[in-house]
Design a protein around this ligand. Structure first.
Ligand SMILES: Nc1ncnc2c1ncn2[C@@H]1O[C@H](COP(=O)(O)OP(=O)(O)O)[C@@H](O)[C@H]1O
Ligand SMILES: [Mg+2]
Length: 372
C-alpha cells in the first residue's frame, strides 16, 4: 500500500501495551511510498505532553489507557486548541465507542485485530486529507468573517459621511432658504396679504418639512446623539420618536447599565438592532406594547426587544425564497455574531416576538479600553 508523493508523515502512537506497539509498527512498515516516522508513548500524561508539543501530523490513540480512555486524551488535546487528526484504536469492536469517538471528533476508529497495511494507509490518507480540508475551510471562514466585519465598518463610515453631508450641506442650505423666505414674509406682512404671501407661507412650510425629513434621514443614517451623548441617550431618544409616530403602541425602555459599561464598538451594533427590531415591530406586529431593555448581567451584556403583537412562524420564514426572506433579521444576526455575540429570535403566531442579543464578558467586543 502506498501513501502519496514520498511525503514524510510523523506519527505518534499512544499505546500502553508493548506487544500492540510492535504489531502496529510492523504493519506500518509495510506501507510504502512515504517516509513514516513513528514514535511511541505508553502513558496518558506523557502522551498529552508529547501531543501538545505539536510535532506530529497524526496521532493513533489506544482507547484503553490505564485510568483514562483515549477519548479523555482526545478531549484534553482538543481542549488545548489542537485540531490534528486523532485515530482511536481499540482491542475489540464496540459500536458505542465508535459513535462516541466520532462525536468527540476522532478522525477514525480502528479495531486492532483487523489492522492491516492497506486499512492503515487508507485511514491515514483520508484523515490527513480531511484535516487539511477542515483547516482550509476554517481559514476561509475566518477570512469571510474578517471581510464582513470590514464591510460593516466601511458601511458605517460611509453612512456617517453621508449623514454629515446631509446635515452640513443640504441642511444648512435649507436653513438659509427658510431664513430668506421668512424675511420676505415679514416684509410682506406689512403690506396687504395677496396670493404671493400665501405662496410664500406654503413654501416656508414645505421647506420646514423638508428640513425635518432631511434630519430624519440623516439621524437614521447615523444618529449624532450616539457619537455625542452615547447609546443610552440615543436609545431613549429613538424610543421617544417611535412613540410620537406610533401612538397606539406603548413603548417602554429599561436601561440597567452605565454608559461606560457599553464598549464603544458595540454601541452602533446595539443601535442598528434597535432600529431594525423597532421597524419590524411597527411594520408587522400591531403590538400594544414594546419593551426595550439593555442591561449588564454577571456574565455579559444583554439587549432585548419584545413586542406583544402578532408574532410569526420562524419556519415559515425559512421556507420563503431567499429574496423574500428579508435582510432585517439576518442583518441583525450578522452584526451580533461578528461582534462576538449571540443572537436569538423567539416568535410564535399570536404570541409576539422577542429579539435577544447577548455578548459574554469574555468576548473581544466587550473588552473596553481600560480592561485591556
Ligand atoms: N416583530 C415582528 N412581528 C411580526 N412579524 C415579524 C416581526 N419581525 C419580523 N417579522 C416577520 O419576519 C419577516 C422578516 O423580517 P425581516 O428579516 O426584518 O425582513 P423584512 O422586514 O425586510 O421583511 C417579515 O417579513 C415579517 O413577516
Ligand atoms: Mg425588517
Amino acid at each position: 500500500m502506498t501513501l502519496e508523493n514520498n511525503e514524510t508523515v510523523r506519527i505518534l502512537l499512544v499505546e500502553d501495551d508493548e506487544d500492540d506497539y510492535v504489531i502496529f509498527r510492523d504493519t506500518l512498515l509495510q506501507i510504502t511510498g512515504s517516509r513514516i516516522l513513528l514514535e511511541w508513548v505508553s502513558g496518558y500524561g506523557q502522551a498529552l505532553e508529547k501531543m501538545t508539543q505539536n510535532q506530529y501530523d497524526i496521532y493513533f490513540v489506544d482507547y484503553r489507557l490505564g485510568d483514562h480512555s483515549g477519548l479523555d486524551l482526545l478531549r484534553a488535546f482538543q481542549g488545548q486548541g489542537f485540531d490534528m487528526p486523532v485515530i482511536i484504536l481499540t482491542g475489540h469492536g464496540d459500536y458505542e465507542i465508535d459513535i462516541q469517538a466520532m462525536k468527540v471528533g476522532a478522525s477514525d476508529y480502528l479495531e486492532k485485530e483487523f489492522l492491516n497495511p492497506s486499512l492503515l494507509d487508507r485511514s491515514i490518507r483520508y484523515s490527513l486529507e480531511r484535516s487539511k480540508t477542515i483547516k482550509e475551510l476554517s481559514a476561509s471562514r475566518e477570512e469571510l468573517r474578517f471581510l464582513s466585519r470590514r464591510l460593516l465598518e466601511v458601511q458605517e463610515n460611509e453612512r456617517k459621511l453621508v449623514a454629515q453631508e446631509l446635515h452640513d450641506s443640504i441642511g444648512s442650505s435649507l436653513s438659509a432658504i427658510k431664513f430668506t423666505l421668512e424675511q420676505k414674509a415679514i416684509e410682506m406682512d406689512n403690506k396687504a396679504l395677496d396670493d404671493g404671501g400665501l405662496l410664500l407661507d406654503r413654501a416656508i412650510s414645505m421647506v420646514r418639512s423638508t428640513m425635518e425629513e432631511v434630519r430624519r434621514i440623516s439621524t437614521n443614517l447615523r444618529p449624532p446623539l450616539l457619537d455625542n451623548l452615547g447609546i443610552l441617550t440615543t436609545i431613549r431618544s429613538h424610543c421617544r420618536e417611535f412613540q410620537e409616530v406610533y401612538s397606539d403602541t406603548k413603548i417602554n425602555s429599561q436601561l440597567d447599565i452605565k454608559e461606560e459599561d457599553v464598549p464603544d464598538g458595540l454601541k452602533i451594533v446595539i443601535f442598528r438592532i434597535l432600529q431594525e427590531a423597532l421597524n419590524n415591530a411597527a411594520k408587522y406586529s400591531k403590538a400594544k406594547h414594546v419593551r426595550v431593555s439593555l442591561k449588564k448581567t454577571g456574565v455579559g451584556l444583554e439587549f432585548s426587544l419584545e413586542d406583544d403583537g402578532k408574532g410569526f412562524d420562524l419556519k415559515d420564514l425559512s421556507r420563503r425564497s431567499i429574496e423574500r426572506q428579508g435582510m432585517g433579521i439576518s442583518g441583525m444576526r450578522e452584526r451580533v455574531e461578528l461582534s462576538d455575540g449571540f443572537f436569538k429570535i423567539i416568535s410564535e403566531k399570536g404570541r409576539g416576538t422577542l429579539i435577544r442579543a447577548f455578548w459574554p464578558t469574555r468576548s473581544k467586543a466587550y473588552i473596553t479600553d481600560d480592561s485591556l
